[in-house]
Design a protein around this ligand. Sequence first.
Ligand SMILES: *Cc1c(COP(=O)(O)O)cnc(C)c1O
Length: 394
Amino acid sequence: MKSKFQPDENGYFGQYGGAFIPELLHPNVKELADNYIQIIESEAFQTEYKALLKDYVGRPTPLYLAKRLSQKYGAHIYLKREDLNHTGAHKVNNTIGQILIAKKLGKTKIIAETGAGQHGVATATVCALMGLECTVFMGEKDIVRQAPNVARMKMLGAKVVPATSGSKTLKDATNEAIRYWIQNPATFYLIGSVVGPHPHPDMVARLQAVISEEMKWQLKEKTGKENPDTIIACVGGGSNAAGAFYHYMEDQTVELIAVEAAGLGVYSGESAATSQLGEVGIIHGSKTILMQDAYGQIQEPYSISAGLDYPGVGPLHAHLFETKRAKFMSATDNEALAAAYELTKIEGIIPALETAHALAVLPKIKFKKDQVVVINLSGRGDKDLEIFIKNLEA
Ligand SMILES: *Cc1c(COP(=O)(O)O)cnc(C)c1O
């Protein structure tokens, strides 16, 4: 039986998803849609993907029982250590998988868009690994703000193209990438989250599903049961949460909590809490929930963490939200900062600011005794040091 949380043949999760793309891209997108599942499920792909995840990325990532954090919140809190992956976050699980799919389809040129540069670096990394040409579109403003990641991408051999229109940030970089893709339909568009036209949301979810696949046997080893009571993950586009939820979505006994960035406050006008503020619309070629004004113009989101600073959410998450399968919560900039300092002090782990949003809901939940909770520790905080230092002084 097909799962309620798998897309139908047109790429719809409930009412969300699909592929709203210009005519010129149809052959390219169809080629991918017709082949991605077969490729991913093939033995050749699985062998190469798993070998790279093991020897290049460093998987399986540990599932760590955070004793002092557990004591403080009165639950058994495990951290899924995606921060220990090569390049410092979960994003590489997806880029490794997509580069292998691109190669199987005979593509030699890769394009990507990036906001803070994390996905750009993860893409440039796998292009260097495979010797493929890489072009990354990035808002002009972000190029200035994220100089170290721009340097990394260049060192890895990628070409970084500035997007100079609009607000000169992520959504403009995405528009540029799509424009380039239309002109060069044979290139492979390596999207960084569970967003974009079908089959990207489902493809990226399948590639990130390795997170919950490992969680199952790791929990069994440590607790005697494959299932936790609760899984918590932060949501920008939704890929790390999709990976952490994937093998548990059908099992209603596992509570899923998705945490969005509330910026300066959900209703402050400076926020990225899409599920609470958004309405149905189309963004990046897919029908989903997004933040827009009365005229349907996409609203500029805000969060202290660049990775959550996205005006939409992937169609799978829109569906998880609408069906109430996942509970959506949010955390403000200040709550996330406090959570990051706390984890650093009591566990010796500096999390990414994105990840800190997932940690920030701990004080808001009343846990039952012996509740088993897994928090997906999506990335490490080295990249956010400047913000951490500034706020320590403040
Ligand atoms: C990019 C990023 C995110 C947000 O992206 P998702 O697709 O929602 O996972 C979260 N955490 C870290 C560390 C990131 O780099």
